[in-house]
Design a protein around this ligand. Structure first.
Ligand code: SF4
Length: 454
């Protein structure tokens, strides 16, 4: 059945491309049109106001549920529906076709781009207003087009190396129970049905080395290679397989950074700051100190809306002090939360035997379910609050969140237990699990604090 679905995708690339262009039109319309309209009044509803509707589509549906879909079916969003992927690949047909430069291949871009976009998004309130959404998503689209015009041909160079969410999708796709499996023996023994016939070709737009592909991180699940050389098949796998049995042979320090300091740190802090008593307290203390010393400009100076939130008509303005405390809060919390979890995982690593950075990176991978669940729940807060504003209330949302967080925490520990089993004796494995339990509990508590006052 799955094999047929993969082959169907391969045979229906034209229909997929047509669907992508429908998504591109809807994406551009929802991105641009709200910026031409006045901001919605307090009595507007999302089904009567285009700005609220676009806000709901982008931040209430698209973003959280694309993340969820990545966990469920891999990066099918990227390969089948993403408007930016479709645009960049179409433009790439007219590319100058330059070789991909070394700087672009730097593995730190996904972390840097994710961190910068998340923090900048908070500074300009991207979830609340249409112009910031246009700046952030529009910049990404323009950069994707520029990249396509210069590097590669018929490829998705932007998606592979620079997209701000490619790292997050790559991490989450490891949990997917679906992947394109490559049988390397069948690949090597394949012979053309007609020796003089044309060579069978496949264009893997995100530049995945298909012959040696072991996991689903980089694959966009576009289906073009389904059946290639009789070796590639859409298949089921255990959602634990890639993390336990593949990730260890390919340690990725920048992915560790993304999980610890990006998803468990910066993303968590970005959801926390607006409701944080600590944020308010620090701001007040600093403001009093500044007033006592006669330094008023940080409290009075505001910046344009594309640097710091500035909507005086709605009583929503950030001063330089607000912006500085926001930045400080996110960075300190990211370093604190990520650093504490890193210390626990480092202890687990050491308890399994002599220090090994490869083992450390492998154990960090066990935290992916918890990180994915936290970010999904954080993003879905926008979904819930926008619907609640329109009278749609989910009474079971609290228990559902608790069940998901607990489930993700248990899944992370199960992964940690299995990874530890690859490296140490039974006794060491049990001891090594203890710091991991602390890491999962601490990280889970950070996310739980977002929904419940602990
Ligand atoms: S390996 Fe490449 S061609 Fe094959 S499904 Fe993945 S993205 Fe598509």
């Amino acid at each position: 059945m799955l094999r047929e679905i993969g082959d169907w995708l391969m045979r229906n690339q034209r229909a997929i491309r047509a669907t992508q262009w429908i998504v591109v039109v809807a994406y551009l319309a929802l991105l641009v049109a709200p910026t031409l309209l006045p901001l919605p009044s307090r009595t507007a509803h999302l089904w009567t106001n285009l700005t609220l509707f676009a806000q709901f589509v982008f931040w209430g549906l698209w973003w959280p549920f694309v993340l969820l879909s990545t966990v469920l079916v891999g990066r099918m969003w990227c390969g089948l529906l993403c408007p930016e992927g479709a645009i960049t690949e179409a433009v790439s047909q007219h590319s100058r076709g330059l070789a991909i430069p070394r700087w672009m291949r730097w593995k730190g871009w996904p972390f840097v781009a994710f961190a910068a976009t998340t923090i900048y998004g908070q500074m300009i309130s991207v979830y609340q207003y249409p112009k910031p959404a246009l700046v952030i998503l529009g910049f990404s689209t323009v950069a994707a087009i520029a990249t396509a015009l210069l590097w590669g041909r018929n490829k998705r160079v932007w998606c592979r190396f620079l997209c701000p969410v490619t790292g997050v999708f790559a991490v989450l796709a490891k949990l997917a129970p679906l992947h394109f499996r490559v049988d390397s023996q069948a690949w090597d023994s394949w012979r053309k049905p007609h020796p003089r016939g044309p060579a069978q070709l496949v264009n893997c737009a995100p530049l995945v080395p298909i012959r040696t592909m072991k996991g689903g991180s980089a694959c966009h699940m576009c289906g073009r290679c389904s059946g290639y050389r009789g070796a590639v098949t859409l298949a089921r796998r255990s959602p634990n397989h890639e993390i336990v049995h593949v990730a260890g042979s390919d340690p990725r320090p920048m992915e560790t950074m993304l999980i610890l300091f990006g998803l468990l740190g910066i993303a968590a802090a970005a959801f926390h700051w607006s409701g944080s008593a600590i944020y308010v307290e620090v701001k007040q203390t600093l403001a009093e100190w500044l007033v006592d010393h006669g330094v008023m400009w940080p409290l009075e100076t505001v910046a344009p809306w594309w640097i710091l939130t500035n909507y005086p008509d709605l009583n929503d303005v950030m001063t330089l002090l607000d912006g500085a405390v926001l930045l400080g809060y996110i960075l300190v919390m990211a370093i604190g939360a990520g650093g504490a979890v890193a210390a626990c995982v480092a202890l687990s690593t050491r308890l399994l035997g002599r220090w090994s950075s490869a083992r450390f990176h492998h154990l960090v991978q066990s935290l992916i379910p918890l990180a994915a669940c936290g970010v999904f729940l954080g993003l879905s807060m926008t979904t819930v609050s926008l619907l609640r504003n329109d009278g749609i209330v989910f009474s079971l949302i609290g228990p559902l969140r608790a069940a998901m967080l607990i489930g993700a925490g248990v899944w992370s520990l199960w992964l940690g237990w299995q990874i530890a089993g690859l490296y140490g004796s039974a006794a060491r494995r049990v001891v090594a699990l203890l710091p991991l339990i602390v890491a999962v509990a601490a990280s889970g508590a950070v996310w739980a604090r977002l929904f419940w006052s602990l």
